[in-house]
Design a protein around this ligand. Structure first.
Ligand SMILES: Cc1cc2nc3c(=O)[nH]c(=O)nc-3n(C[C@H](O)[C@H](O)[C@H](O)COP(=O)(O)OP(=O)(O)OC[C@H]3O[C@@H](n4cnc5c(N)ncnc54)[C@H](O)[C@@H]3O)c2cc1C
Length: 527
């Protein structure tokens, strides 16, 4: 029988704090304890969402992640919370509406502290668009507005599309080319401060509901009723029995369940200083020359950067831990964005580059089926339930579908899904409110931690004393307190987790090198 207060709720029940000690203790409990209701494999946005959904319904859940939370595709996204506009263009109204609804849930209820409204600007520049293309973009934006309305997301959160003059366009994106600029269309979508932070918030909220969140634990020999789990830190392994198993390993899904055949496609972003585009307040949308439907985006990011993306390249073969962008992709992104800029960016402006893999289903005849729009929940012959595809924006819906499937197939005694009303760690308790700035709390800290910002500072002061609010390294807008908090509350096990997944300092390799010594020194004081 299922209980909500099983051994895994144990000494850590009710707390979202993830620590190395908790990990060890919960691993021990799992190795010697009874079966769990659900084993979730993969600690990206999908797996963390599934674990939270199931635990909030009253099931006992273990979540295992071979490396670290958000190690895979979930940290290489464009960090947009899409309203589904792009799916309207291909007539997929159901998928578009699902995105718009989930965007509204994230922005008003579950994670308003992590998602902000982002103006997106399409410049009306001589020669940039084909005749009639601007009218198409405008029609699309209006359709997006209608979707927003139908999803119940208020216009004060995501303002309606409007046309602005050339001066306003250049105020929003100062790097925009002036000659031939007659104005711009401006629409709004949601933007995450950081995709990996969404995953960490999900995993911590899941932990609060009793999920054993176990990083550096690899699942092997996976069946519909369990798996062999190996602690990659010690090499020890043990079998875990579960009433249902969900494979949420993204592009690695075929390694866990050989009946799944994927053929990934690579999406690359490069990172430049925001100053190189005049510190834009809006995302710049630039049509790819020769195409009416493809665009390159220059997206303002935290830490004073702009990310420029996105490519779509076939990437067959073994799945690498960290996919690498190619030189040709970097040239394509720079060439495209430069068509709209006053001063062209060059390779010397590139501070970093990263790539993620989208899972496409390999149909075996050389063709692929695109799962990047809609997700799939599949049951393999050995009973493993795989949830794959979709996007960050729709993780909650994917999780609901996967858990519904597990509950139905294995007759698990679970309540109905209620995650659309469940605020994540750091979110305000009341719908439609946003974390209010507190005296002395930096805006960047609030953007990354929401209502937990005060706790971050308090924990930092306790551990580090005076100087806890200082930047980890000169010019890097991440405080020493956040580094400590990553290790004491967010399940980071070493400096790499901190640099690359709890903070995103590592998106610029030179910054990671500058911050590494301080991060390692703080980590040493935590042991
Ligand atoms: C370039 C790019 C840009 C994107 N931009 C956006 C965007 O702006 N907005 C949006 O909504 N969506 C976006 N998406 C889609 C979104 O990023 C993905 O849908 C989502 O991150 C997939 O998450 P996941 O949890 O399914 O997979 P992953 O994040 O890859 O997680 C799978 C995890 O499983 C773990 N794992 C693998 N094997 C095992 C094992 N045997 N045992 C234990 N753990 C294992 C891996 O270490 C990994 O952490 C983008 C995708 C790409 C590729």
């Amino acid at each position: 029988m299922t209980t909500t207060a099983g051994p895994f709720a144990g000494p850590f029940a009710g707390t979202s704090r993830l620590t190395a000690r908790r990990r060890e203790s919960e691993l021990d409990a799992l190795a010697s304890g009874p079966a769990v209701d659900l084993l979730v494999i993969g600690g990206g946005v999908t797996g963390a969402g599934v674990a939270l959904d199931a635990a909030a319904r009253g099931l006992t859940v273990a979540l295992v992640e071979a490396r670290d939370l958000a190690f895979g595709t979930s940290r290489w996204s464009s960090k947009l919370v899409h309203g589904g506009l792009r799916y309207l263009a291909s007539g997929r109204i159901g998928v578009a509406r699902e995105s718009a609804v989930e965007r509204g849930v994230l922005m008003t209820r579950t994670a308003p502290h992590l998602v902000r409204p982002l103006p997106q600007l399409v410049p009306l520049l001589d020669g940039l668009m084909k005749p009639g293309q601007a009218a198409l973009v405008r029609a699309g934006f209006h359709a997006g507005d209608a979707l927003r309305l139908s999803a119940g997301t208020p216009g004060r959160l995501l303002p309606r599309v409007r046309r602005v003059g050339a001066d306003r366009a250049r105020a929003l994106v100062p790097g925009l080319r002036g000659a031939g600029l007659s104005g711009a269309l401006v629409a709004h979508d949601g933007q995450l401060v950081d995709d990996a932070r969404l995953v960490v918030a999900l995993a911590r909220t899941a932990a609060q509901y009793g999920v054993s969140v176990l990083t550096r634990v690899r699942a092997e020999q996976v069946t519909g009723t369990g798996a062999r789990l190996t602690d990659t830190l010690t090499g020890e392994s043990f079998p875990l029995t579960a009433r249902a198993v969900v494979n949420a390993t993204g592009v690695w899904a075929g390694e866990v369940d050989p009946s799944i055949r994927l053929r990934p496609s690579r999406g690359t972003h490069l990172v430049v200083d925001a100053a190189a585009l005049g510190r834009p307040a809006a995302a710049l949308t630039v049509p790819v020359p020769g195409s009416t439907s493809r665009f390159v985006f220059a997206l303002p990011q935290q830490l004073g950067r702009v990310a420029i993306g996105l490519t779509d390249e076939d990437a067959p073969g073994p799945i690498p831990d960290e996919p690498q962008p190619t030189e040709a992709e970097l040239d394509f992104l720079l060439d495209t964005v430069n068509t709209a800029l006053e001063t062209a960016l060059t390779r010397a402006d590139v501070r970093g580059a990263h790539a993620g893999l989208r899972p496409l289903i390999d149909t075996g005849d050389g063709a692929t089926a695109d799962l990047s729009r809609q997700h799939a929940v599949l049951e393999s012959p050995n009973g493993v339930i795989t949830v794959v595809g979709g996007k960050l924006t729709t993780y909650r819906r994917m999780a609901e579908d996967a858990v519904d499937t597990a509950v139905r197939l294995r007759a698990l005694p679970a309540r109905a899904c209620w995650t659309a009303r469940l605020p994540l760690v750091g979110a305000p308790a009341h719908r439609d409110s946003r974390p209010a700035p507190e005296g002395g709390v930096a805006a960047s800290l609030l953007a990354r931690h929401g209502g937990a910002a005060g706790e971050v500072l308090a924990a930092g002061e306790e551990r580090l004393g005076a100087g806890h609010g200082a930047p980890v390294a000169e010019g890097i807008d991440v405080s020493r307190a956040e580094i400590a908090y990553a290790l004491t509350h967010e399940g980071a096990l070493d400096a790499e987790d901190v640099l690359h997944r709890r903070t995103r300092i590592g998106l610029v390799p030179a910054d990671a090198e500058r911050a590494r010594a301080a991060v390692e020194e703080i980590a040493a004081t935590m042991r």
